[in-house]
Design a protein around this ligand. Structure first.
Ligand code: 5GP
Length: 184
C-alpha cells in the first residue's frame, strides 16, 4: 500500500528557516533544566515580555519541572523592523513578586534597551533575585550591556520572525524561527 501523502505547508514568502522546530525544542528543554537546577526549592516566577515571548514562554515553563508562577509585562519600541529607541511599558506585573525569584523571559535581546528598562521596572517590585533569559541574542547590535543568565542562541544582525516573533504582527505562528529576506 502506498504511504499516505504528507502535506507540507509551504514557507511564507521571503521567510527562510533559520532554527528548526527540533533545534528550538532541544535548546528550550536545556534552558528549562538549567532554570530548574538553579531554583530548586525556591519560589519562582517566570515573567514573559509580551508579545514576542509568548510561544517561547509556553514551551519553557513546561520544561521547568518545579512549582512556579507565570506573569507578563509588556513593552514596545519597534515600528516595522526598526527600533524607535524609546521603550514604552504597556503592562506591569499583575501579581506581587516581593521575596520571589524572578526570571525575565524575552524573545530576543537586540539593542538591550527594552531589557534595561524592564529590569528597572521589575527591580522596583523587590524580588529576592532577578535573572534574565533570552531565546536569541544579537551581540552586534547591543547598545547597553545586559549579561544574560540563560541564552538560547546567538545570532547575527538579521531580522527574524516566527516562534512568537512578528513582522508587523505577522508570522508569530510559524513553528520555527525564520529570517525575513528583503528587510535591513
Ligand atoms: P531591544 O530593546 O533589545 O532593541 O529590542 C528588543 C525587542 O525588539 C524584542 O523583544 C523584539 O520585540 C524586537 N526585535 C528586535 N530584533 C528583532 C528581530 O530580529 N525580529 C523581531 N521580530 N523582533 C525583533
Amino acid at each position: 500500500m502506498p504511504a499516505p501523502a504528507m502535506s507540507v505547508a509551504p514557507l511564507p514568502d521571503r521567510v527562510e528557516i533559520f532554527l528548526s522546530e527540533g533545534q528550538l525544542r532541544d535548546r528550550v528543554r536545556e534552558l528549562g533544566r538549567q532554570i530548574a537546577r538553579d531554583h530548586a526549592g525556591l519560589p519562582l516566577t517566570l515573567v514573559g515580555v509580551l508579545k514576542g515571548s509568548f510561544v517561547f514562554l509556553a514551551d519553557l515553563c513546561r520544561a521547568v519541572d518545579l512549582p512556579l508562577e507565570v506573569d507578563f509585562v509588556g513593552a514596545t519600541s519597534y515600528e516595522g523592523t526598526t527600533t524607535t529607541g524609546e521603550v514604552r511599558i504597556t503592562r506591569d506585573l499583575q501579581r506581587p513578586v516581593e521575596g520571589r525569584h524572578v526570571v525575565l523571559v524575552e524573545d530576543i535581546l537586540d539593542t538591550g534597551l527594552t531589557m534595561r528598562r524592564l529590569l528597572d521596572v521589575l527591580s522596583a517590585h523587590r524580588p529576592a533575585s532577578l535573572k534574565v533569559c533570552a531565546l536569541l541574542e544579537k551581540p552586534s547590535r547591543a547598545r547597553v550591556r545586559i549579561p544574560l543568565d540563560y541564552r538560547g542562541f546567538v545570532i547575527g544582525d538579521e531580522f527574524v520572525v516566527g516562534y512568537g516573533l512578528d513582522h508587523e504582527e505577522r508570522h508569530r505562528n510559524l513553528p520555527y524561527v525564520g529570517v525575513l529576506r528583503g528587510v535591513r
